[in-house]
Design a protein around this ligand. Structure first.
Ligand SMILES: CC(C)[C@H](C(=O)O)[C@@H](O)C(=O)O
Ligand code: SF4
Length: 469
C-alpha cells in the first residue's frame, strides 16, 4: 500500500474541508464555524436580502455584539447613535435570518474571539471564519481560522463555503523555558519584532516548540491572535492534553461517547515529523525579555532593557515612516522607555482579556495602589470572564488598587465606543495594535503584556516588571 506522505497540521485540516478543487482555481472550502459581529455583517445581510436568499446553515453562524458596545451601564440603551444603530441592525438581522445572537445583556456576550473558545464552540480540526482579522485567535485549538471581508461573510452565510487559495505554510518554533516575567504576549511581540509586520505575508503559521507547548490555552490564544500583525493569514498550534483539558465540559464541547470519539480524532491533528513547511524560523525562549512597543505598528517592539533603534540601523526606505512614527509618539531614537510617564493603562481586548490575564494582574496589584496620575481600565473579554472575576473577588482587588473593572467589549482596543484615550496621552495597552489614533484620535499606545501594564499602572511610568516580581 502506498504511504501517505508527511503532512503539516494545516494540510490535514485543509484537505478535510476541500469540497471541490480545480487546478489553477481557488478551492471551495467548507466552513464549520462562522462568527459575526456588528461591524462587518450588515452589508452581508443586505446582500442576501437583495438576492432573496437565506442563510444556508444558520446553526453554524454565531453572532455577538462587541465592537460598539459601551463598557459601563450596559443595561441602558446605547447612548451613541452610530453604535446603537450597529447593534440594533445586528439584532434585527439575526432575528430575520435565524442566527443565534449573544447580544448586549446576554450572559454569553463578549468579544467574538473570547466567547468562541470559552463556550467550546471553537474545536480542534475545524475551519473557522469571521469578518475580523483576529479570527486567527481560534487557531490556538488547532483550527484553520482566519479573517474574511464582508463580501466573503455574505458568501459563507449563503453557502457555508468559501473560495480560497491554499496559503504557504510557515513553522515558528520557540524552544526553551520562558524567563521570569515573560508571558505569551512577550513571545509574540518578540517574534513580530524579529520578522516585521510583513514577515508572515502569504503564509499560514504553525507555532511549535517547548516554549509554545508550555503555554496555557489563554497564552496560546494570545500568540495566535497576533499572527495577523506580521501579515500572516492565520496561526495555529497542534492540540494536546492542555487543549483537551480546556475543552472538557465546555457548554458546546462534545459530551459522553462523542467526547471520546472527538479526542481520538483530535489526537491525529499534528504536523508529521518530516512535514515540509515553505518557511521555518526558530527562536530561543531564553532570549526573550518583557517587551514593549515604541512605534505605530506592532513590529516596532523592543525588550524593555533595550533602546529605541537609531536611524543608522534602518534601511533607507524605512527611515521616513520610522521618523514619522517617532514624531507621532513624541519619542527619540536611542531612547530608553524606562521611566517614561504614562496617562492610561488599558487591560483588555481579544489578545489579553481572559480570566487568566485578569488573575495575573490581580495577583500582581494585590495590596498595591495605582499611581494617582494614571487612569486604569480593565475590560473583561466576556460576561463569563466578568462573572468569574467577581466570583474570585478580583473585582475587590482591582477597586482597592484604584483600577476600574468595566463591562465586556472591545472598548479602547479600537475606541469604536466611548472608551477613548485623549490626544497626546500615553497608554500602556494589552491589546494588539498601536496604529495612529487606534485608541482615540491622537492617542499614543505602548503595547505590552498584562504584567507590564499592571506594573506601569502602579508606578505611573514604564518600568521593567521583573524588578517587582
Ligand atoms: C472592526 C474589525 C473589522 C477589525 C478587524 O478586522 O480586526 C477590528 O476588530 C480590529 O481589531 O481592528
Ligand atoms: S478586541 Fe480589538 S482586536 Fe479584538 S476584535 Fe475587538 S477591536 Fe478587534
Amino acid at each position: 500500500m502506498e504511504q501517505t506522505p508527511s503532512q503539516t497540521l494545516f494540510d490535514k485540516i485543509w484537505k478535510r474541508h476541500v469540497v471541490q478543487q480545480q487546478e489553477g482555481f481557488p478551492a471551495v472550502l467548507y466552513i464549520d464555524r462562522h462568527f459575526i459581529h456588528e461591524v462587518t455583517s450588515p452589508q452581508a445581510f443586505t446582500g442576501l436580502r437583495q438576492r432573496n436568499i437565506g442563510v444556508f446553515r444558520p446553526k453554524q453562524t454565531i453572532a455577538t455584539a462587541d465592537h460598539n458596545v459601551p463598557t459601563v451601564d450596559q443595561h441602558l440603551p446605547i447612548k451613541e447613535a452610530l453604535s446603537r444603530k450597529q447593534v440594533e441592525t445586528l439584532t434585527k438581522n439575526c432575528e430575520e435570518f435565524g442566527v443565534e445572537l449573544y447580544g448586549l445583556g446576554h450572559e454569553k456576550q463578549g468579544i467574538v474571539h473570547v466567547i468562541g473558545p470559552e463556550l467550546g464552540i471553537t474545536q480542534p480540526g475545524q475551519t473557522i471564519v469571521c469578518g475580523d482579522s483576529h479570527t486567527s485567535t481560534h487557531g490556538a485549538f488547532g483550527t484553520i481560522a482566519f479573517g474574511i471581508g464582508t463580501s466573503q461573510v455574505e458568501q459563507v452565510l449563503a453557502t457555508q463555503t468559501l473560495l480560497q487559495y491554499r496559503p504557504k505554510t510557515m513553522l515558528i518554533k520557540v524552544d526553551g523555558t520562558l524567563n521570569k516575567g515573560v508571558t505569551a504576549k512577550d513571545v509574540i511581540l518578540y517574534v513580530i519584532a524579529k520578522l516585521g509586520t510583513d514577515g508572515g505575508t502569504g503564509h499560514f503559521v504553525e507555532y511549535a516548540g517547548t516554549a509554545i507547548q508550555s503555554l496555557s490555552m489563554e497564552g496560546r490564544m494570545t500568540v495566535c491572535n497576533m499572527s495577523i500583525e506580521m501579515g500572516a493569514r492565520g496561526g495555529m498550534i497542534a492540540p494536546d492534553e492542555v487543549t483537551f483539558d480546556y475543552m472538557k465540559g465546555r457548554p458546546h464541547a462534545p459530551q459522553g461517547e462523542q467526547w471520546d470519539k472527538a479526542i481520538a480524532d483530535w489526537k491525529t491533528l499534528y504536523s508529521d515529523k518530516d512535514a515540509v513547511f515553505d518557511t521555518v524560523y526558530e527562536f530561543d525562549a531564553a532570549d526573550i525579555e518583557p517587551m514593549i512597543t515604541y512605534g505605530t505598528n506592532p513590529g516596532m517592539g523592543i525588550g524593555i532593557s533595550q533602546h529605541v533603534p537609531e536611524l543608522s540601523h534602518l534601511k533607507e526606505t524605512e527611515k521616513t515612516s520610522f521618523k514619522k512614527s517617532l514624531e507621532y509618539m513624541n519619542l527619540n531614537t536611542g531612547q530608553s522607555l524606562l521611566g517614561k510617564k504614562i496617562d492610561y493603562v488599558f487591560i483588555g481586548s481579544c489578545t489579553n482579556a481572559r480570566i487568566e490575564d485578569l488573575r495575573l494582574v490581580a495577583d500582581f496589584v494585590k495590596g498595591k495602589q495605582k499611581s494617582a496620575d494614571v487612569e486604569v481600565w480593565i475590560v473583561p473579554g466576556s460576561q463569563a470572564v466578568l462573572r468569574q472575576a467577581q466570583k474570585e473577588k478580583l473585582d475587590m482587588v482591582f477597586s482597592e488598587a484604584g483600577f476600574k473593572l468595566r463591562e465586556p467589549g472591545c472598548s479602547a482596543c479600537l475606541a469604536m465606543n466611548e472608551d477613548k484615550v485623549p490626544a497626546g496621552k500615553y497608554c500602556v495597552s494589552t491589546s494588539n495594535r498601536n496604529f495612529e489614533g487606534r485608541q482615540g484620535p491622537g492617542s499614543r499606545t505602548f503595547l505590552a503584556s498584562p504584567l507590564m501594564a499592571a506594573a506601569a499602572a502602579i508606578n505611573g511610568k514604564v518600568v521593567d516588571v521583573r524588578a517587582y516580581l
